[in-house]
Design a protein around this ligand. Sequence first.
Ligand code: KG4
Ligand code: ZN
Length: 339
Amino acid sequence: MIVLGIETTCDETSAAVVTDGPRLLSQIVLSQAAEHGPFGGVVPELASRSHVRELTAVIERTLRDASVSPADLSAIAVASRPGLIGALLVGVTTAKALAWAWEKPLIAVHHLEAHLEAPTLSYDGVAAEKLEPPYLGVILSGGHTDLYHVEAEHRTRIGATRDDAVGEAFDKVASILGLGYPGGPAVEKCALEGDPKAVPLPRTLLAPDSLDFSFSGLKTSILYKWRGQDAKGRGPIATAPAPADICASFQATVADILIEKLRRALDRTGLDTVVFGGGVTANQALRTRLSSGLDGRARLVFPRPEFSTDNGAMIAACGLRMFAEGKTATLDLEPDSTP
Ligand code: KG4
Ligand code: ZN
């Protein structure tokens, strides 16, 4: 089997070709970061326009790189939810048009489900992780901070953010400190020179049995510290900490919150495997801290960093599995912004 995967849920235009394994044959990821950078975040209308401009050429080049012709394809998979509605519409419409023109089955992939399957991808002789549900699925991305109890045929959300997503918190901290967009990689780089214990920050854990998250207080606390204000925003009363210390302390706080919530979720579900997905899992410091904090509690599975952020390969891999299970969509498929 050979599946083409299309990803346009947010600000990456990506296509990939995946064969059985799942093994990656080719992939192109076109980031729109430079276009959104001046605005400090993703501008939905710009994202849609950019997908329209780039997607067909990205698909053509991906097929060419894999030496695969449309006739060789077994199916076309597209991320149809969740995401920015205009951005999704471009991918879904393109996939439907190609499925109709090339007479291929269409597969509607859930973007978050695909994030969790990214670790199963192999390529260039790099082996993949074997994943068998049940497991605890953890999405750490720009739009989501979700905990899922993943079973063979069901995925139950058992925890979610009540305000900002964790990636959004990284982006906002970067914006407060003037580190540029996208914020995650900038905060990670800045933190390398910092002391994770230097700046005391609130660890919001909500009720003792809660599996939900809240990151807005953390973000506000950083804003006040950066302005030299007290915890109520009065002042300035002190000099601001160094950006590197803020970034390192922020990352350590995020890791501590995640560790506590994952411990609670493992206790509650009795699961022994945690599978991570989403752009924030590209953060090496966070991975190291999560690994040592949950050492002995569960097997931790991370995607390779290049499959952490949005990519077509995970859509194609998820689509390949769904195709094998007979889960195809019809040409009535509509994009859906909701998770
Ligand atoms: O999964 P993703 O590519 O897109 C969504 O589905 O949202 O995640 C994007 C998010 C952004 O908020 C970005 O700042 C964050 O992932 N991110 C990182 C890193 N690389 C990307 N956060 C922390 N450290 C990183 N190295
Ligand atoms: Zn994503």
